[in-house]
Design a protein around this ligand. Structure first.
Ligand SMILES: Nc1nc2c(c(=O)[nH]1)N[C@H]1C(S)=C(S)[C@@H](COP(=O)(O)OP(=O)(O)OC[C@H]3O[C@@H](n4cnc5c(=O)[nH]c(N)nc54)[C@H](O)[C@@H]3O)O[C@H]1N2
Ligand SMILES: Nc1nc2c(c(=O)[nH]1)N[C@H]1C(S)=C(S)[C@@H](COP(=O)(O)OP(=O)(O)OC[C@H]3O[C@@H](n4cnc5c(=O)[nH]c(N)nc54)[C@H](O)[C@@H]3O)O[C@H]1N2
Ligand code: SF4
Ligand SMILES: [Mo]
Length: 726
């Protein structure tokens, strides 16, 4: 007998609702889009369709591993946690800051982690916190904090209603979008065209998204800030009167010199096109400017994100239907309830890294600093590292150095299902069970969705014998960090009590949960006290987790609505447009160099889906895209190898010649290079690809957020044949 289970997809930010059919032996027979899903209405992509294969990958670890020399031994969970305790306790009891934590990307798709993140960090009690934010969206968070007073308040484009969508440095037809993702992005763009709306893509590369755009502006890498300053300059000359703002006069002064003519010389986009863009944004009632990694991963990331949102504000497109809107997440968030007191100005640098003195930003240090924190001798040197769902050996800048650092640790504990390029250095690997065995709720992603909705998925499969849920693994780690012999059940009770106490501070009702224990209890408390919640009986029609559980296709909570009054949390109570002083000393990037930018692939997710057979099929995806002009200037032929050199390192990579990249720009995806003989990724090793982060320089950062420049890396290129071997 087969049975069908509905599940939220945990593989990207689009949050599709899937329908998984299992056979009598719990084998996955099919994965389809759930046509009745309130959010995704049947959409699915090749990754979602492979969800069963992801879980059934024979290389997935099923028992904890402890390393002795180069060899790993399978051990029991008790033995594994005893090993973790023995490794960490001496470090933690002498200096807690000698143990660092890195929280990788998949934790954002994991409700256990979302609910436990704060406690894990508090239990560890170390300032050494790292995450992909400093190679992803931290510039957007810092810009949101500067403008709106709350770092998590990043608005998303209202795709369903906009008439002019400007996409800067994002490729949603491949990435499915991010911080504004959507199931069936292509369908949204087709609908935009049907209602006579326009799509403008600003990207150095003629991407899949640029290919369907009405206009593609091929900006020079790393110069979007200058283009956006010119858009602001034009807008300030058009007598705009943005509501609820301060600092417009200071902004006008700061951008006065950045006319379209001046900026055009830097960004390579014609002055008249910049001028028209500004006017169109102002004149189109429903217009949205949206940016992602092409705007963040450069030396001016924060200023670029600040300028982008300032354009939305000045053109009257923020907090408007069809413009940029702030979702209202069902499990609540920093702006879904009244403020607790007067707003504090946004500050960074409460503490700094030991070696280079990088300031803390939103409680984290730059990933670019971790290697030197481990490798530089002296008091306080990082000697222990815990990774939760991360692969620094492939995702971090300057791969050679971070790999040396990983090998140098006295304690590396990895919560990860694979023996990969990072975890091969681990002293202990704690593997969570498959994605289908866990509760799924997109707690971290609902604040970035296209509609407000709620969907909770129960496990599709039972937990295998001897497996420990990720929730349980994390609770047991908390107890070790805290040096307590406390059971997981006791810790759960503590967590629920602490959450109830904090809810009681803003709720008149008596917080209590109808869910017995575990993640569901905490989630129920959040939902009931959240913006649609039943407020523990005060609003009987409101939501509880039980009601959401009864609606496996999801509960639609409506289109995104204006909510600026709730969102703005600055000390002045207005959107603060005064530009940061650093704007006065801007240096454009050096022109005329060949630069490397990143590229994503539909059947991939950063570094970790390359071992899943159905997703690994097809031709080699890890090739360097090079323009015909640059190829012929350097004597490089299609399909041959070239040697690419940067300040950080050198790689040998096969070349695909394509006019999708303009002269002066080449592109290569990250997360490849599955050639480590100590990893156990048998499928990925057949097509290992090349690790682009060998070339990423860990010393070039956006000073306001500590985010590393991963796009626009200066490189030189030569054919392999120019010297005998690369
Ligand atoms: N299939 C797939 N989907 C994914 C992922 C994946 O690995 N694979 N990863 C997920 C993750 S973690 C994230 S954060 C998101 C990222 O989502 P996106 O940001 O949409 O993804 P990218 O493909 O990196 O898009 C960045 C774009 O910026 C362009 N670019 C580079 N430099 C510049 C520049 O200086 N200026 C401008 N204007 N553009 C520039 C690049 O050419 C590229 O098209 O995707 C998520 N979705
Ligand atoms: N050059 C360059 N580098 C980049 C980027 C770029 O555009 N260019 N993008 C950056 C961005 S946006 C991001 S988000 C980072 C991603 O950086 P990371 O998060 O470090 O890298 P991933 O490849 O996503 O690694 C995910 C790890 O989690 C494990 N994993 C998967 N599912 C689970 C699970 O359910 N539980 C646990 N415990 N583990 C799991 C996988 O086995 C893998 O080891 O990479 C960054 N690096
Ligand atoms: S688009 Fe994203 S959420 Fe939807 S099926 Fe694909 S990977 Fe899953
Ligand atoms: Mo990311």
């Amino acid at each position: 007998m087969s049975r069908t289970v509905l599940r939220g997809c945990p593989l990207c930010e689009a949050m599709c609702g899937l329908s998984v059919t299992l056979g009598p032996d719990e084998e996955v027979l099919s994965v389809r889009g759930d046509p009745d899903d309130v959010y995704s209405q049947g959409f699915l992509c090749p990754k979602g369709a492979s969800l069963g294969a992801v879980d059934d990958d024979p290389d997935r670890l099923t028992a904890p591993l402890v390393r002795h020399g180069e060899a790993f031994e399978e051990v029991s969970w008790d033995e594994a946690f005893a090993a973790v305790r023995d490794l960490l306790t001496p470090l933690l009891s002498s200096d807690r800051n000698t143990v660092a934590a890195y929280t990788g990307n998949p934790t954002g798709h994991n409700v256990a982690f979302s609910l436990l993140a704060t406690r894990l960090a508090r239990s560890l009690g170390s300032i050494q916190n790292y995450s992909p934010a400093t190679m992803d969206q931290l510039p957007q968070n810092v810009a949101a904090a500067m403008l709106f007073g709350e770092p998590s308040s990043i608005p998303v484009p209202d795709l369903a209603n906009t008439d002019l969508l400007v996409v800067i440095g994002a490729n949603p037809l491949v990435s499915n979008g991010s911080i504004g993702a959507a199931p069936d992005y292509r369908g949204h763009l087709k609908a935009l065209r049907r209602r006579k709306g326009r799509l403008v893509v600003i990207d150095p590369v003629a991407t899949a998204t640029a290919a369907v755009a009405d206009q593609h502006l091929a900006v020079r890498p790393g110069t979007d800030l200058f283009l956006l300053l010119a858009v602001l300059q034009v807008l300030t000359t058009l007598n705009v009167t943005p509501e609820r703002t301060t600092g417009l006069a200071e902004l006008s002064t700061a951008v006065a010199a950045w006319t379209p003519e001046v900026s055009s010389g830097i960004c390579g986009v014609e002055a008249s096109l910049i001028e028209n863009l500004a006017r169109d944004l102002l004149q189109t009632e429903r217009a949205a400017v949206y940016g992602r990694l092409g705007t963040t991963l450069n030396q001016h990331g924060t200023l670029t994100c600040w300028a982008l949102q300032a354009v939305n504000v000045l053109a009257g497109n923020l907090d408007r239907p069809g413009g940029m809107l702030f979702p209202r997440p069902v499990s609540g968030g920093p702006t879904t309830r009244a403020p607790r007191g007067p707003a504090e100005p946004f500050t960074v640098g409460r503490y700094r890294t030991r070696v280079s003195g990088h300031p803390e930003v939103l409680g984290e240090f730059p990933v670019a600093a971790l290697a030197e924190e481990i490798l530089t001798p002296g008091p306080g040197r990082v000697r222990g590292l815990i990774t939760y769902a991360g692969n620094p050996a492939r995702s971090f800048p300057d791969s050679a150095r971070i790999q040396t650092a990983l090998a140098h640790l006295d304690a590396l504990i990895c919560v990860d299902p694979y023996l990969n390029e990072t975890t091969r250095h681990a002293h202990v690997i704690l593997p969570p069970p498959g994605l289908l065995t866990r509760d799924h709720f997109d707690m971290a992603l609902l604040p970035m969705g296209q509609r407000n909705f709620a969907r909770f998925s129960e496990p599709a499969r039972a937990l295998p014998e001897n497996a420990l849920s990720e929730w349980e693994i994390l609770l047991r780690l908390c107890a070790i960090y805290e040096g307590r012999s406390i059971t997981s059940a006791e810790l759960e009770t503590e967590l629920a009590q602490a959450l109830s106490k904090s809810i009681a501070r803003f709720s008149e009702a008596q917080p209590h949960s109808e869910q017995p224990s575990g993640p569901r209890q905490l989630l129920d408390l959040r939902i009931r006290s959240g913006p649609y919640g039943d407020q523990f009986g005060h609003r009987p029609d409101g939501l509880t987790l039980a009601k959401i559980l009864d609606a496996p296709h999801g509960i639609d909570l409506g289109a995104l609505q204006p909510r600026l009054n709730e969102v703005v949390r600055t000390p002045s109570g207005t959107i603060e447009l005064t530009p940061p002083t650093i704007l006065a000393t801007l240096e454009p990037p050096e022109p005329g160099r060949l630069v490397l930018v990143g590229r994503r692939d539909l059947r991939s997710k950063n570094s970790w889906l390359h071992n899943v057979s159905p997703l690994a099929k097809g031709k080699d995806r890890s090739t360097l895209h090079l323009s015909p002009e640059d190829a012929s200037a350097h004597g490089i032929e299609n399909g041959t190898d070239a040697v690419l050199t940067s300040a950080a390192g050198q790689i040998r990579v096969p070349v695909t010649i394509t006019d999708e990249v303009p002269p002066g720009v080449c592109s290569l995806g990250h997360g490849w290079g599955h050639d480590d003989p100590h990893a156990r990724l048998r499928v990925a090793a057949r097509k290992p690809g090349v690790n682009s982060n060998t070339l990423t320089d860990a010393t070039v950062l956006d000073p306001l957020s500590g985010t590393v420049q991963m796009n626009g890396i200066p490189v030189t290129i030569r054919p392999v044949s120019a010297r005998a071997e690369g």
